[in-house]
Design a protein around this ligand. Structure first.
Ligand code: BGC
Length: 766
């Protein structure tokens, strides 16, 4: 009798458990160990050898950061994962094809967050998600949402804030927007990855309270509000354990405490032990190293990894695949609407720019004014940072072009001089060894008195742009980066002297990705616009704000200190080498290093306001071309037991231009068992565009969980009984209205297991 052919379970058609049961151990490991990326542009000897079999599998989307292995006999397709936070990062050109595959460069993360506008961020997410889907990608490796602990963090531009409530909410709405397009996200880098210094072997020592209240809180908010398909664990260690190898972090906290339903992947080449990663619940290892496959197979054989654990990780990966457009045979067009998305990029950019200074209505600049445009980045705008957060964009609109597009008259001679200077300076600068890293900045042209005299005769106003770039792999430094260079200082002084003598105004535009020094030079300028790194439409967007077409409504999501030494982590950043400091660093992994967060929970404004350190511009600060008044603060209850609190306030536009206002809600909590910051942000809301005279009532919801601090001794989130003050303001220092309420009893919001405890003593400031 002829034997009937045995049915092979198929993904999506048969129950998932049956598909898993039909998989060989080798197939399971294939799924767990990823595939890609194309290393052709990286010099030999830096990255570990690939599985030779993988090299033969053609890339579906060239330039994407990674893929998963297909297992055809079970109907499991290969997923494509791509960076990154500011745009879909893929190769713009493909072998043998004439057409291009550019993606929209949206504004960097810090700018998006500075809009404090969750619906705008969702809208950007939708546009972004469509590009992901239309380019045949399944998961976007974004958003990046680590805390901006120190202004010099090299990837701060990708991150959102020094505050977890801002970071968590902005990330949540970005994720919701992207995932509404049927593609996944990967919130990263989980967690406490706040700098680049020896990032792959950096041990971050910090207290459990600081970890939970500051560095995990944003991820918790994003997970609970948006359920990202995936989480990317980080490179660093926390208190001696690699995050990708920490079961406490990836299983206990992420899944058991927060209810995360998706899957976890490593950051690229992260960690040391593949076995520990699998056991921690780090489901997928990216981008997949041959040696990991052999190690995991051995560990399964030896029983170091249980079948059950292996199956669990496989199941989570398959659940993600089931949701993906590739699995659903989505017919992607390879033609996202880049024209439409450019407009969204431009709108978003204008919404997140922050007006720092505007004396005597220096801004907006009337179209009739003749403009002298100084500074390299006026002509060579930095649209975004470098590294995996970079995008292959179709174009960048410079500020020069933006002003011309809007009809401003610029001095042609000066434009030509700058353009020629920049071309020459770029030819002369050293090339980075790997194109991925930031190129050396070019120095500013020295502006002579003769030149300035003639320019100031020909023009009515001077704009001086100061630019900074940074990115993955390197932190910034104080000299010539956080601080202005000597030439920048001199140029600004001279422009200011000459223009002011003639009664003409000077505007500074900051085209930067992170906090810089500002206090020593701001008196030279009548207006300062923080334009951040605004994406491909940057020049048009800056012009929209400078011209008054858009009234600025962005606010700072990080403090600008008076000087670097005021930063609470100035003394400990970026840490130091540990172990044998003379041994040569590994070309990929760098060296073993450590950093100790002895400022504890006092990061950013929590520090400046509690210890009364005056900043240059405080957290939450930002001006507008109009004015707002706050009134009618109301709490629905004055005594809470275990219930939520509803807070309302009326914001009225009392000025002459239409505008939007970001209202921030801070709470001062009683300090009973623990030291507490002076106040902490617990909510924020942005008004719609209010016409002069128009008002809007904003509503905030506060739950007992929002009032809780992490009490390490009791291993619990506790809201202490006592008197609380609600403060609503236009910044962390401009509190407009406040009111009190009482919490009748201590509320133990959640009891948890102690996790990732420090292994060395940390002398935290109090
Ligand atoms: C970065 C990640 C990125 C990954 C893939 C890593 O070096 O840290 O943010 O997603 O590379 O490109």
């Amino acid at each position: 009798m002829a034997q009937t052919k045995q049915h092979v379970p198929q993904l999506g058609k048969d129950p998932l458990k049956k598909v898993i049961a039909a998989m060989t151990v080798e197939e399971k490991v294939k799924l767990i160990v990823g595939m890609g990326m194309n290393y052709d542009n990286i010099p030999d000897g830096i990255l570990p050898p690939k599985d030779p079999a993988d090299a033969k599998i053609p890339e579906k989307v060239p330039g994407a950061a990674g893929r998963t292995h297909a297992i055809a006999r079970l109907g499991i397709p290969s997923m494509t994962l791509s960076d990154g936070p500011a745009g879909v990062r893929i190769d713009p050109k493909r072998k043998g094809e004439k057409r291009t595959y550019y993606a929209t460069a949206f504004p960097v993360g810090t700018l998006l967050a500075s809009s404090w506008d969750t619906s705008l961020v969702s809208r950007v997410g939708r546009a972004f998600g469509t590009e992901v889907r239309e380019y045949g990608i399944d998961v976007l490796l974004a958003p990046a949402m680590n805390i901006q602990r120190n202004p010099l963090g090299g990837r701060n531009f990708e991150y959102y804030s020094e505050d977890p409530v801002v970071a968590g909410n902005i990330a949540a709405y970005f994720v919701k927007g992207i995932q509404a397009d049927g593609v996944g996200t990967s919130i990263k880098h989980f967690a406490a990855n706040n700098q680049e210094y020896n990032r792959m072997q950096l041990n971050t020592n910090l207290s459990e309270r600081a970890l939970r209240e500051i560095y995990l809180k944003g991820f918790e908010i994003a997970v609970k509000k948006a359920q990202p398909w995936t989480v990317m664990s980080s490179y660093n260690l926390i208190n001696g354990t690699y995050t990708s190898e920490s079961r406490g972090l990836l299983t206990q906290i992420l899944r058991n405490e927060w209810g995360f339903k998706g899957m976890v992947m490593t950051d690229w080449f992260a960690g040391k032990s593949a076995t520990e990663q699998v056991n921690a619940g780090n489901d997928m290892l990216m981008p997949g190293i041959y040696a990991e496959t052999t190690e995991i197979l051995e560990s399964v054989k030896d029983g170091k990894i249980s079948q059950q654990q292996l199956d669990l990780n496989v199941e989570r990966i398959l659940e993600m695949i089931l949701k993906s457009p590739t699995f659903k045979h989505y017919k992607y067009s390879d033609k996202p609407d880049l024209v439409k998305d450019a407009q969204i990029s431009r709108i978003a950019a204008t919404e997140g720019m922050v007006l720092l200074k505007d004396n005597n209505n220096a801004l907006p600049i009337a179209k009739t004014k003749r403009v002298a445009l100084f500074g390299n980045t006026s002509y060579d705008l930095i649209a975004g940072g470098t590294g995996s957060g970079d995008v292959n964009k179709p174009y960048i609109i410079s500020l020069n072009q933006g002003l011309v597009n809007a009809g401003y008259v610029l001095d042609n001679g000066l434009q030509k001089e700058y353009k020629d200077y920049i071309v020459q300076a770029k030819l002369n600068r050293p090339k980075p060894k790997v194109a991925f890293f930031a190129p050396a900045p070019i120095s500013e042209m020295v502006l002579t008195d003769e030149m300035l005299q003639s320019e100031s005769d020909k023009t009515d106003v001077a704009i001086f742009t100061i630019g900074r770039n940074a990115g993955e792999g390197n932190d910034r430094i104080q000299e010539n980066d956080f601080d202005l260079t000597a030439i920048e200082q001199q140029n600004l002084k001279n422009i200011s002297a000459v223009y002011h003598t003639k009664g003409k105004k000077v505007i500074v535009v900051l085209n930067i990705g992170g906090v810089t020094e500002i206090a020593s030079w701001r008196d030279e300028a009548d207006g300062v616009l923080l334009a951040w790194q605004p994406g491909e439409e940057g020049g048009n967007a800056i012009t929209d704000v400078l011209s008054g077409k858009v009234n600025p409504s962005g606010k700072l999501t990080a403090t600008f200190p008076l000087k670097y030494t005021d930063v609470p982590s100035a003394k400990t950043f970026p840490g130091q080498l540990v172990g044998d400091t003379t041994a040569p660093g590994n070309p990929l992994m760098g060296r073993a290093a450590a950093v100790t967060y002895n400022e504890g929970i006092y990061v950013g404004y929590r520090y400046y306001s509690t210890f009364n350190i005056k900043p240059a511009y405080e957290f939450g600060y930002g001006l507008s071309y109009t004015k707002f008044a706050y009134s009618g603060l109301r709490l629905n209850d004055k005594t809470l037991i275990n219930n939520d609190l509803t807070v309302t306030i009326i914001v009225k536009n009392t000025g002459k231009a239409a505008g939007k206002e970001v209202a921030q809600l801070y709470i001062s909590a009683p300090a009973k068992q623990l030291n507490k910051p002076a106040y902490e942000l617990k909510g924020f809301a942005k008004t719609r565009l209010l016409q002069p005279g128009e008002s809007q009532t904003l509503t905030f919801k506060i739950t007992p969980a929002d009032l809780a601090s992490f009490n390490t001794a009791q291993s619990a989130w506790i809201a202490d009984s006592g008197s609380y003050t609600v403060k609503v303001g236009s910044s962390s220092l401009q509190i407009k209205q406040s009111a009190e309420f009482k919490l009748a009893n201590d509320v133990i919001v959640e009891k948890v297991k102690p996790i990732l405890l420090p292994t060395t003593e940390i002398n935290e400031i109090k």
